[in-house]
Structure formats: structure tokens, C-alpha cells
Design a binder for this molecule. Structure first.
Ligand code: ZN
Ligand code: ZN
Ligand code: ZN
Length: 460
């Protein structure tokens, strides 16, 4: 069944009526009486305001927020982020409907889809390749608006903050950069005015004043003080100035403050926010990169698994350093051990092969417990100078200073022993692999990045 919203009581062409049962409503409240879920909504596109009202109600509804929504014609002033475009020919419509039905079947509906994040994921999942785009709106204090995000999260009036959360959680990923905007430090508005002021007394009343500089006495003054009957004459030493470059020149300081008489070449810039009226220096402004976004791989995994498996909470007790820092320190150890033969170290990699599958087999909570117990054991095995980093959700690296081949063999034995306990806790279902190398086995052709890539390759 299709639902056709029209204030004018016009009908759809027979070609549609032959394929689908069509229910007509003049207003959203009329639909709300039954809340029947249609295959698609169609909105009479004559009046852009009417379309906007209908589409915003649909996207904010608990049940049909992700439904297909077409308009009979596309007025220019329409927000395309919330619509699925113009009503296609009947055969194309059938195709779209069956695509969405297929995607709907593979979408895992769990409790989490009551949340704004879940709704957004569902909307994007049903629209393969959908790009989240901002609208430009000069009346808006941020100038850019993500209307789709606003529709799905009414709890926040700052969709940029929500966007940042979605990006940090790696649910959305950037597609392309479209603007780099400076915003107010205090209220993040983009309505800023730039004004130059005196660098000495910070007053606004400064003026461009063409000046001259006499080479004979060094006098610098306003150009009109040098003008006498069409000739240039220094007001201080009365020398006639004939040639620019040899008798006189223009000083760089050609601004003068009318309040304190300070002369200068460049005023200071102050930024004033039109919204909160605070003022700040240009380097205090916040840079906001405005981008197009799409559902990430991780977002898609959530869509069809229905669960976010986040290892990081299980590993909280290990002090991971960033990958960049780890690579830097590994490089440093490689240089040291190459130069000084008495310095040794080892690199140890741990790869968990089947974490995602394990969620299904032993459950999320239990797996998290297993991981926590692993982290605990690992922490007991590590010494203070040992470093650890995580390069993927299921790939850990340990940098063990002062550990030669023999020391590495010892560490291997100890970690293997603690893995036995872990296997017991996971019903012997956890699959893991170790990879390691000690400094005396290194070639001097490799740097840290290459070494990590080679070892990862062996583990995967
Ligand atoms: Zn001044
Ligand atoms: Zn002079
Ligand atoms: Zn402001």
C-alpha cells in the first residue's frame, strides 16, 4: 500500500493505482489515526511548505522515520536530505520498494533502534551510498545545518556535537571536505566580523595616512605636510625632496591612530561575534571542517549485527599508547639496538582471529569478561617500561625493552600459560595468534612501520 499526502485531494495516475492500493490523506494527523505503515509515502509536491511539514513529521515519527518518501514534483526550495526524490515511474518505484524491503530484512532490529543513533543507521542502511550533506543557511548561527541529523536527534540543538560523537565512534566516515570555517570560541557561531585596531591603545579609530620619510633628517610625517606649492619640502629640515629612493621614501608605517597618534604598518585584528557579542583574536577562533559523511563499515556491521562490539572497554586497564607514538618508539629502539650491540628489545604481536564470531557464540557480556581477564593477566606480565598499543580492534602490540631472544622465549612461555586459562573461560572457542621478533633478528633495511606491516601480514 502507498500513502499519498495531498492537500488538494488530487489522485495519483492509474498506473500506480493498478499496482498498489493507495490511501489518501490530507494531513499527517489523519494518517496518525491508524498509523498504517505503507511501502512508501508520496507527497503532493505543489507546495514546498506542505512537503517540508509532512516530511519532517515522517522523519521524526517513531515507526516510519526511515520509510521511502517521494514527491510528485520537486520544488526548488526542498530539503533533499529527507526525501527520496521525485516519484519514479511505476516500474522504477517497484524496484526501489523491493530494494528497501531486502535491505530491511537484513537489518537487525534490536532495542538499540529506539535511539537517535540507531534510527540514523537504519535510514542510511536502507539507502545504499547515501551521503549526508549540510545545508547552507545564512540565518543559522552555525551557517551550516545537517537537517537529517536534526530530524533524528531532537534532543540536541547542536548536530555538530552529535556528528563528532558519531565520527569518534566510527559510525560515520567523512567523504569529502567542503569548507573550513572559523567559528566563535564562546558560542561557535560563524557570524563574525573582523576589525583592525591600534596595536598600541586598541582603539578602533585608525586611519590610513600616506606619509613620507626624509632621508636628510629622518623625519617621518604626513604627506601633505611635505607639500609646498606643488613641491616636496621636508617640514623639519626644509630640504627639497626630488627623487624617491635617494631623497625620501614612503615608510612602512602608514596607519596612524587618531587616539594615541601611534604610527604603524599593520593594525591588530579583533574578531567580534554577532551572536554572543564577545570579541577575540583571530587565532582563538575554532576551526570547523564541514564535510560530507557516509555510513562507515563499522556502521554497516552494526546495522546487520545489531550490536556494537567494542573491545576497548575490556582493555581499559592496559595503558595503550597511540600507534604513532608506538611506531616512533619502536623506530628509536631499532636505531639504538643497531648502533649499540648491548641494547636489545623484542616486539610481540597478539591477534584475536574470531572476536566478532565469538559475540554470537558466547555473548557480548561474557566475551567482555574474557577480554578483561586477558587484559588483567597481560598487565601482570608486563614491566613498567614495556609499551603496548592497539592497531586494530583485535590486534595488540607490545614493545619489550631489554628483552633478547632468550627473554622473548621466556615471555612467550608465560603468555602462553596465561592463555590456557583464557581458553578455558571462552569454552576453547577463542582463536588467537602470536607473532614476535627480537632485535638480533632484525635487518637494518626495515623501519618500524615496515616491520609492523610485515609481522601483521604474518598474523592475519
Ligand atoms: Zn592608539
Ligand atoms: Zn628632513
Ligand atoms: Zn559568539
Amino acid at each position: 500500500m502507498l500513502i499519498f499526502f495531498s492537500p488538494n485531494k488530487i489522485g495519483l495516475p492509474d498506473a500506480y493505482a493498478n499496482l498498489y492500493r493507495i490511501h489518501y490523506c490530507s494531513d499527517f494527523s489523519e494518517w496518525e489515526v491508524t498509523k498504517t505503515v505503507p511501502l512508501a509515502f508520496i507527497i503532493d509536491g505543489k507546495d514546498a511548505q506542505y512537503v517540508n511539514k509532512m516530511i519532517n513529521k515522517i522523519r521524526r515519527d517513531d515507526v516510519v522515520f526511515a520509510s521511502l518518501c517521494f514527491v510528485t514534483e520537486l520544488p526548488a526550495a526542498l530539503d533533499n536530505q529527507l526525501l527520496d526524490g521525485q516519484l519514479p515511474e511505476p516500474s522504477a518505484l517497484q524496484e526501489k520498494i523491493s530494494d528497501v524491503e531486502d535491505l530491511s530484512k537484513s537489518f537487525k532490529n534490536t532495542e538499540t533502534y529506539i535511539t537517535p543513533q540507531g534510527r540514523l543507521i537504519k535510514y542510511l542502511w536502507l539507502r545504499t551510498g547515501f551521503i549526508i550533506q549540510p545545508q547552507r543557511e545564512w540565518k543559522n548561527s552555525r551557517y551550516y545545518r545537517y537537517t537529517l541529523l536534526e530530524a533524528f536527534n531532537e534532543d540536541t540543538d547542536d548536530s555538530f556535537a552529535w556528528l563528532r560523537k558519531l565520527a569518534v565512534a566510527k559510525i560515520l566516515e567523512p567523504v569529502s571536505l567542503i569548507d573550513r570555517q572559523r567559528e566563535c570560541t564562546h558560542c561557535r557561531s560563524a557570524h563574525l566580523s573582523f576589525i583592525d585596531i591600534c596595536p598600541n591603545c586598541f582603539e578602533i579609530d585608525i586611519a590610513l595616512q600616506p606619509s613620507l620619510h626624509c632621508f636628510t633628517c629622518g623625519c617621518v610625517d604626513a604627506q601633505d605636510k611635505f607639500l609646498h606649492a606643488g613641491m616636496l619640502k621636508c617640514p623639519k629640515c626644509s630640504t627639497h625632496l626630488r627623487h624617491i629612493g635617494s631623497d625620501y621614501d614612503r615608510p612602512l608605517e602608514n596607519y596612524q591612530c587618531q587616539s594615541c597618534n601611534h604610527a604603524f604598518s599593520e593594525g591588530e585584528i579583533r574578531v567580534r561575534c554577532a551572536v554572543c557579542e564577545k570579541s577575540m583574536k583571530p587565532d582563538e577562533l575554532v576551526i570547523n571542517e564541514i564535510q560530507h559523511w557516509q555510513l562507515s563499515d563499522r556502521g554497516r556491521v552494526i546495522a546487520f549485527r545489531g550490536e556494537v562490539f567494542d573491545l576497548s572497554s575490556g582493555f581499559d586497564q592496559l595503558d595503550f599508547i597511540s600507534k604513532e607514538l608506538f611506531v616512533h618508539d619502536l623506530d628509536w629502539m631499532m636505531v639504538l639496538s643497531h648502533r649499540y650491540k648491548n641494547i636489545s628489545f623484542s616486539l610481540f604481536g597478539i591477534y584475536f582471529v574470531n572476536l566478532v564470531e565469538l559475540v554470537d557464540e558466547i555473548g557480548h557480556t561474557r566475551l567482555l569478561q574474557v577480554m578483561e581477564s586477558f587484559a588483567q593477566r597481560l598487565r601482570n606480565l608486563l614491566r613498567i617500561p614495556d609499551l603496548s598499543a592497539r592497531t586494530a580492534e583485535n590486534m595488540l602490540w607490545l614493545l619489550l625493552p631489554n628483552t633478547d631472544k632468550q627473554g622473548l622465549a621466556g615471555f612467550h612461555k608465560r603468555i602462553e600459560a596465561s592463555m590456557n586459562q583464557l581458553m578455558l573461560e571462552s569454552d576453547h572457542k577463542l582463536i588467537y595468534r602470536f607473532g614476535s621478533i627480537s632485535s638480533d633478528q632484525l635487518s637494518d633495511q626495515e623501519d618500524a612501520e615496515l616491520l609492523l606491516a610485515r609481522l601483521s601480514g604474518e598474523l592475519l
